[in-house]
Design a protein around this ligand. Structure first.
Ligand code: CS2
Ligand code: MG
Length: 403
């Protein structure tokens, strides 16, 4: 079998999504997600100009060799664009191999380690009352775990909060990066009150998560971790930018609140120190941005040695292809923690028909051969690309701060 053709499909049925479709000379094809929010076109060019020509004529079954060929052959290794492009090829090749084997992907990875995959949903509100209503809505759908993000009194716009209550939250919503004002003090004084209100209303058993979205310094993160200890969060996510992996050790010294990090990581080297020093509890690297199934499997196996569990990033700027492949991975991976779930729009679900199913707070990946997600190219063509960027933050004195 040989790779006969490969094409990049860009569509925007709600969010921009980039998909790689690899076709073989025996009629079997596979698809992979290559969506890098706010930098989509860079990956399109990387694939079309640099990787696709190198794939034609290759044996699609040699997944590992192709991974090494693209990673080492790049010379310029790692980084979000390179690793997202390699991930798309990798996901498509695993899809092809599982279809050839006539098996759902999790079987190829080693079979089921669990019968269903626990996910967490996003409850957001402009104030505490709005958040409580959203948590209630998720609990009534059977979610066992809910991430809670709330507007902060005195801060006009903050991460994770839909502009209009009840509307879908989209982080990248403007043609150029918008500039928001951030206050760490107002945030730190407010968040404990938010989680106290949620625990009072929903009791001790509901898993609660919160995304700090990289906005604190290590000592501020240590303070927040301590402040929310009474509400025993499932995790506190991305509390500091993670380029300096050692910074987490300072947080660790001060709090037992579990720490999750990794959605912006692209390779095992971005998290090796964090894992080895037991500075985190959940690794959030996702298939699309960290080199696909082949590389994320290495990260998960390494993390297992240190009792670190997976908590895959699953925001709507990752396509249903990523969600499908991730749910197969989650079904197999021994050190599974939780999977993020942010529902895609109906238009997106129509462009990407899929076998995964939600039931009472859990997903099953489906038994379809491959990763169980397809793409309707005609429908995809109806939604052209629209530039959309994530905002940036400035402190009240105008200092450019973390997003
Ligand atoms: C977030 C994301 O879901 C999350 O945990 O951190 O929504 C993130 O802001 C976007 O994926 C960025 O593109
Ligand atoms: Mg996050």
């Amino acid at each position: 079998m040989k790779i006969r053709a490969a094409k990049v499909i860009v569509t925007c049925p709600g969010r921009n999504m980039v998909t790689l479709k690899i076709e073989t000379d025996e009629g079997i094809y596979g698809i992979g997600d290559a969506t890098l929010n706010g930098r989509e076109k860079a990956v399109v060019a990387y694939l079309e100009d640099h990787l696709v020509p190198a794939l034609i004529g290759r044996d699609p079954q040699r997944i590992e060799d192709t991974w090494q060929y693209l990673y080492r052959g790049a010379y310029w290794r790692r980084g979000p664009v390179t690793m997202t492009a390699i991930a798309a090829v990798d996901m498509a090749l695993w899809d092809i191999k599982a279809k050839m084997a006539n098996m759902p992907l999790y079987q190829l990875l080693g079979g089921k380690s669990r019968d269903r995959v626990m996910v967490y949903g996003h409850a957001t509100g402009t104030d505490i009352q709005g958040c409580l209503e959203e948590v209630e809505r998720h609990v009534s759908q059977g979610y066992q775990a809910v991430r809670v993000q709330c507007g902060i009194p005195g801060i006009a716009s903050t991460y994770g909060v839909a502009k209009v209550p009840g509307q879908r939250y989209e982080p990248a919503d403007s043609e150029l990066p918008a500039e928001h004002v951030w206050s760490t003090e107002k945030y730190l004084n407010f968040v404990p009150r938010l989680f106290e209100a949620v625990r009072v209303q929903f009791g001790p058993d509901l898993h609660l998560l919160h995304d700090v979205h990289h906005r604190l310094t290590p000592i501020e993160a240590a303070r927040l971790g301590k402040l929310v200890e009474p509400y025993h969060l499932f995790w506190l996510e991305d509390c500091v930018p993670a380029e300096n992996q050692q910074a987490f050790q300072l947080i660790r010294q001060h709090t037992t609140t579990p720490l999750a990090v990794g959605e912006v990581f692209n390779s095992i080297h971005d998290c090796r120190e964090l894992i080895q020093s037991q500075s985190i509890d959940y690794i959030r690297t996702t298939l699309t941005h960290a080199g696909g199934i082949t590389h994320v499997r290495r990260i998960a196996d390494f993390a297992a040695l240190y009792h670190v569990r997976t908590g895959f990033h699953g925001a709507t700027d990752l396509s249903p292809v990523c969600m499908g492949a991730a749910l197969h991975f989650d079904t197999w991976v021994p050190n599974f923690g939780i999977q993020e779930h942010m529902p895609h729009s109906d238009e997106t679900d129509a462009v990407f028909p899929h076998a995964y199913r939600f039931e009472q707070g859990y997903f099953t990946p489906g038994e379809t051969p491959g990763h169980g997600v397809d793409i309707d190219e005609k429908l995809a063509a109806r939604y052209p690309y629209k530039p959309a960027y994530l905002p940036v933050n400035r402190l009240e004195d105008g200092t450019l701060w973390h997003w």
